[in-house]
Design a binder for this molecule. Structure first.
Ligand code: ZN
Length: 360
């Protein structure tokens, strides 16, 4: 009996080691709800009347967000910390606070190591958060220079707004044509992006910023998420790193507009559902959902679950210093629990994707 149970234990140990070995992280989907603190997410859930997908994630942690020069970060410094593991000053994209060195983002390393890369956002593709993954500029407002950096990034797919920064520039260059020369399809709607067999796509869906949900953005973010994952998964030998941002949750926060925040958060959560469904099917995909900071100092001062209403109060029209939640799903998800700093994401992901080794 004793020998038999020891033997059984050994079998179980062998099986679980084998299972762990199988569930290596091949793909990472990093999803940022800009300005999405706990109140924003819970307000969206209350209004929706059912559990958000991100609240169904098995692992939750807390992330500190302060920047190199301020207790309260902006999206440029937070994006740089999250993507590159380096704290910089507010307003700086991918450069150290002394302005001397370019930082290196997890997306840039993934590209060097042969992984496919993608970005999908509901702002311009040159906005601070996406820019932090591929650009190096001393000021986040330098949209045309950031667009030029995208040309050099070798990214596979990038979809958002900001067509004017590529085609209506002070230097008279047409970056869309230059991108086409480099083998990209530059498209202006999601239908064209879906229909092309090209895996290198720059989607510029608006001249400037994209509309809000309550205007006419529709299903753009969930659709973009599905499109990027499906395209990059084809012949996907080396895996991919994808960043998806619900960019306008932050804008609702700045406006202290509860309904704007709720609409944008539900939309973002719909994109999270697309990512999780992909990850469940795939088995080797890690989904990380977090925020770069909280916006608005949003407090749920009252509400009613049955009536699906919340009574939001805001303490500021700016960002706050409150740490933000991180929700994770998939292999390696247990590495993002507890309290940690936003500079720690990069190394955790590099380790899980095994990007330290020279070749994959
Ligand atoms: Zn903001």
């Amino acid at each position: 009996m004793k020998i038999r149970s020891t033997f059984t234990l050994l079998i179980f140990a062998a099986i679980s080691i084998a299972a762990n070995a199988q569930n290596k992280v091949k793909n990472v989907i990093f999803m940022i709800g800009d300005g999405m603190g706990l109140s924003q997410a819970y307000a969206a859930q209350t209004h929706k009347g059912e559990q958000l997908t991100l609240f169904q994630f098995p692992y939750v942690g807390l992330v500190s967000t302060y920047s190199a020069n301020n207790y309260i970060t902006d999206s440029a410094a937070a994006g740089t910390a999250i993507s590159s593991g380096v704290k910089t000053n507010n307003g700086i994209i991918g450069i150290t606070p002394d302005s001397l060195h370019h930082t290196v983002s997890v997306m840039e390393i993934a590209k060097q190591k042969g992984l496919a890369t993608g970005i999908g956002v509901t702002c311009t593709v040159t906005h601070a958060t996406p820019a932090a993954y591929y650009a190096h500029q001393i000021n986040r407002g330098m949209n045309e220079e950031i667009a030029s950096d995208l040309l050099l990034s070798n990214i596979d797919i990038c979809i958002g707004g900001g067509r004017n920064y590529f085609e209506d520039r002070t230097d008279k260059k047409n970056l869309s044509n230059l991108l086409r020369e480099r083998g990209y399809d530059v498209v202006y709607n999601l239908e064209e992006a879906t229909n092309t067999s090209n895996k290198r796509i720059i989607g510029l869906l608006a001249d400037g910023e994209l509309p809000t949900i309550s205007e006419n953005r529709g299903n753009m973010l969930p659709q973009t998420t599905g499109l990027i994952l499906n395209k990059l998964d084809k012949d996907n030998k080396n895996g991919f790193f994808v960043m998806i941002e619900g960019s306008q949750i932050d804008w609702g926060g700045h406006a202290n507009n509860e309904q704007y925040i709720i609409n944008e958060t539900i939309d973002f959560d719909n994109a999270v559902k697309i990512a999780v469904d992909f990850a469940k099917k795939d088995g080797n995909t890690l989904v990380i959902v977090t925020a770069d900071h909280e916006t608005g100092g949003m407090t749920l001062a009252g509400g009613n679950i049955e009536n699906k209403i919340v009574d939001s109060k805001f303490s500021t029209g700016n960002h706050t210093a409150t740490p933000v939640p991180v929700y994770t799903f998939g292999p390696g998800a247990e590495n993002f629990t507890g309290y940690f700093d936003n500079t720690e994401f990069k190394d955790k992901i590099i380790h899980l994707l095994d990007l330290e080794s020279k070749r994959r």
